[in-house]
Design a protein around this ligand. Sequence first.
Ligand code: GLC
Length: 586
Amino acid sequence: MKGKLKRILVIPLMVCILISGGCNMSSTTVTETSSDLSWWQKTIAYEIYVKSFKDSDGDGTGDLNGITSELDHLKELGVGAVWLTPCYVSPQADNGYDIADYYNIDPAYGTMEDMDRLIEEAKKRDIRIIMDLVFNHTSNENEWFKKSRSGKDNPKSDWYIWRDPKPDGSAPTNWRSIFGGSAWEFDETRGQYYLHTFLPEQPDLNWENPEVRAALRDVANFWVKKGVGGFRMDAITYIKKPAEYKDGTPDAEDGMVGIHSMTANTDGILDYLHEFKSSVQDGTDIFTVGEANGVKPSDLDDWTGENGVFDMVFMFGLVNIDLPDETNWCETRDWKLDEFKSFFTDGVKSSEGAGGWFPVFLENHDQSRSIVHFLPEGGDRKARAKALATLLLTMKGTPFIMEGEELGYENVNWPSIDDYDDISTKNHYEFALEEGYSEEEAMEAVHHFSRDSARTPMQWDSTQNAGFTTGTPWLPVYPDYETWNRTSEKEDPDSVLNYYIKLSSLRREHSELIDGDYEEIMHDDESIFAFTRNNGTKKATVLINLTNKEASYDPGTVKDATCILCLEGDADPGALRPYEAVIYEE
Ligand code: GLC
């Protein structure tokens, strides 16, 4: 029996923003001005979990026409790039991250005409659509895989990773897939195993084969021609496998080792990605952001910037901050505020050092909600959400808002594992029980980490099903929707939504929040996350109390500065209420 889920040290905050007068301009070197930046560096990105955003036809599943009908919500938030989770044809074993046809839209989400209209309508509002390219694997129902598994002599036989069994008939290695269980699945027809980093329904493509790489580039170029604004590259650190397939030292009682430690970021991966960049991105104005589990700030020279492979890299240091071992949800670790701060500071600085750009995010569709993940229990929910909003929208980089984050969503805490839909949640729960944790401990981990918390239907209004669908929603609507929804929050001047809208326009009005250099200050302060953004003309100082207690700082930090965002004009230089955040400018 291992340790149980420990309550994480949390960091709450709240917001206010101050000002004072005067302009004490410092003459720090400035790396960019707003006009030097690309469109995607100046904008705000927003992630839509397509299945959960808005249902236009009453089948209980979100769809493309639903998104088109709500583009004005995104426009109001100042969003210029919308990342759609995969909406290609898929049997939905992993909600679309198992693609059966990269060239067509899943009928549940609409048609290619609907997609063309969405791209056009979005463009009219200066919004570009970002497609999710799932290129490490396909669905087992993809024609490519069906051909590959049909025998060893067909032209696509080598498009996936096939290996003979060990002499005793068992799997070629003891690798555990990311979603649990062996990473190998036996196929009767070929008499061989195929590799799947995720589910058995998600066989890994063989990137060693140049035909595979060419086919994937064709897919990407098809979408570039459609006019999309960029790509999020799913699970990209797993595409290159090691030269030898060997057993690893078991890391749990099942005798297996997590595949991540055996295959992530394998030497040679960058060659493939450079090839992709030069044949897809060069000469276009699209951006790429790689989902790069295993890439650290110290690796960024190779991954981002002129000599790198992506414009931005999603690293995992923050979302895994409470996991000593990411294969096991039930062991958590306490962490301190300085580690949280360092994730951002190291990320920004290393991205800059590499000539690249930092994607700022606190949530996505694989993570629990940030006010639960990173803040302590209790305190005012609005204030907590606003505090994190301040961080998200004033940190240097392109902010990525997860659908619902702008409304202040919390985690679902459904009582039984049967209430959950996500396959990864269910598998982690089973794994925990097999490893000797109690049901209560396993459920506590589910409540803390389940991906379903990020996936409940969007809450548009207080009518039935939160205005998401007229049918039966595919995942239950969170019961707090009568208060926490777009329409009610729009009417409440003090709401989380209106705070996001305010911060978004503040970024545009005070461009140092976009193009200013970033410097962290007061690193050792255990309550306040503070930093400056200075573009040589203006300097903003952002101070966020990430605790549930009052906090103080040297008022000289903001001497002669003006509060540009504060609680009703009521800010007291040198003091922050619980969760209070302030922004001063000089
Ligand atoms: C990425 C996606 C996740 C998906 C997995 C397999 O991590 O974000 O949702 O399950 O890849 O494609």
